[in-house]
Design a protein around this ligand. Structure first.
Ligand SMILES: Nc1ncnc2c1ncn2[C@@H]1O[C@H](COP(=O)(O)OP(=O)(O)OP(=O)(O)O)[C@@H](O)[C@H]1O
Length: 303
């Protein structure tokens, strides 16, 4: 379902999770909403918490604190399981099953199984139906796992770095297929990926995690429009930081280059360029001293 009545794909309030009772927090105080019908890029450095979040959304883990809803349902309940599909990074499949057996299992386990879509997904990758899953290359196993996820006809598809072991042609084909799925059926897709150029072309929402906290959850167009790269004399740095959020900055001699989030008109003598989404995301992922003010505080203050 799309449109104003569509449920949010994901909604988190005060969400936290740690793997061991006394261990560190893999996710902490996460507050965000991903609207329904979006293709969302889930971005963060290694260990930022992407897999943990997807496992919580897919019902494989339960929150340690706060709440997470997937399509308004509690992940892991039968209601959520019927509507949400997770393609996990380790793609658990039965190695002794043939591809055909695997798809048949999908059909038996899912009420609204779409055999045509499932078979097309494997056929387009040249995966033989009679081959044993354990003998397939990792990329072809990914195809089979994706076929299982798509055959379920999910309203929300969670993909944990799904394309990492696919060749470039297969990556392009699969991304195009996912985009078509999202456009035709309004399927919400949340896709964790380190391949930022791909995200630029395909995703219309970005969710950025950093050390288990949410840095950004926003429409990709708004993110692009609200950021700028400035180059100018470094003595303007302090004034700049009082008016805008400085996401990242670099000084070479007396010249300052800064990626900022704008909060109004720009004052000062700056050369202004519009960054690519990829560059903005890298800016948020890189290690910096705390931003003043932090993006979330700034957004709240502006509201
Ligand atoms: N099974 C586990 N037991 C204990 N700690 C874990 C476990 N899985 C993940 N963690 C920790 O939780 C934090 C978040 O890990 P997570 O795998 O969610 O990050 P990620 O963003 O998916 O990383 P990557 O990009 O490397 O896949 C990390 O500090 C990680 O070490």
């Amino acid at each position: 379902m799309t449109g104003p009545d569509a449920p949010d794909a994901l909604r988190a309030t005060g969400l936290g999770f740690r793997y061991r009772r006394r261990g560190g927090w893999a996710l902490r105080d996460c507050e965000f909403t991903v609207p329904g019908g979006r293709v969302t890029a889930l971005v963060g450095r290694n260990g930022a918490g992407k897999t943990t979040l997807l496992h919580l959304a897919g019902g494989l883990l339960r929150p340690g604190s706060g709440e997470l809803r997937a399509l308004d349902a509690v992940p892991g309940t039968s209601e959520a399981r019927a509507r949400v599909a997770l393609l996990a990074q380790d793609k658990p499949l039965y190695p002794r099953f043939t591809v055909a057996d695997t798809l048949l299992m999908g059909e038996k386990l899912n009420f609204s199984w779409d055999r045509t879509t499932a078979e097309r997904t494997v056929r387009e990758g040249g995966v033989p139906l009679h081959a044993r899953v354990g003998e397939l290359s990792p990329g072809r196993r990914t195809r089979v796992a994706l076929a299982l996820a798509l055959g379920k006809r999910p309203e929300l598809l969670l993909l944990d770095e799904p394309l990492a072991d696919l060749d470039p042609v297969a990556r392009g084909d699969i991304m195009a297929g996912l985009m078509a799925e999202a456009a035709e059926r309004g399927t919400s897709i949340v896709l964790s990926s380190h391949v930022l150029p791909e995200i630029e072309e395909t995703c219309d929402w970005v969710l950025v995690l950093r050390d288990g906290r949410v840095e950004l959850s926003e429409d990709a167009y708004t993110v692009r429009e609200s950021h700028a790269v400035l180059t100018g004399h470094a003595d303007q740095a302090d004034a700049l930081a009082t008016e805008h959020t400085v996401v990242q900055r670099r000084t070479a001699g007396r010249q300052l280059t800064a990626l900022i989030r704008r909060h109004g008109p720009l004052h000062g003598a700056w050369h202004v360029e519009r960054p690519r989404l990829e560059d903005i995301l890298i800016g948020y992922l890189q290690d910096v001293e705390p931003r003043h003010p932090a993006p979330a505080e700034r957004t709240e203050a502006a509201a």
